[in-house]
Ligand binder design. Sequence first.
Ligand SMILES: [Zn+2]
Length: 78
Amino acid sequence: MKNDCVKCFQRISEYLDGELEDKTCHEIDEHLRQCAECREYVDSLRKTIQLCKGTAMEQMPIDIHDRIRSKILELLCM
Ligand SMILES: [Zn+2]
């Protein structure tokens, strides 16, 4: 597993929440451009977030963060 991917995943929830500085955001954008695996994962997270909007708004962020955490663990164990 590439270190860049792990770094990317560690920030992905903040990235999707729009909480990152422009510079960091740009770094992730850059990585996603080069890495199909991360791009695919971010896309599926985005879709999940969109689906959850308007339904289980309270529970959604926790669920997403759990998924990201388990994905990071999975990547680190590879
Ligand atoms: Zn990656």
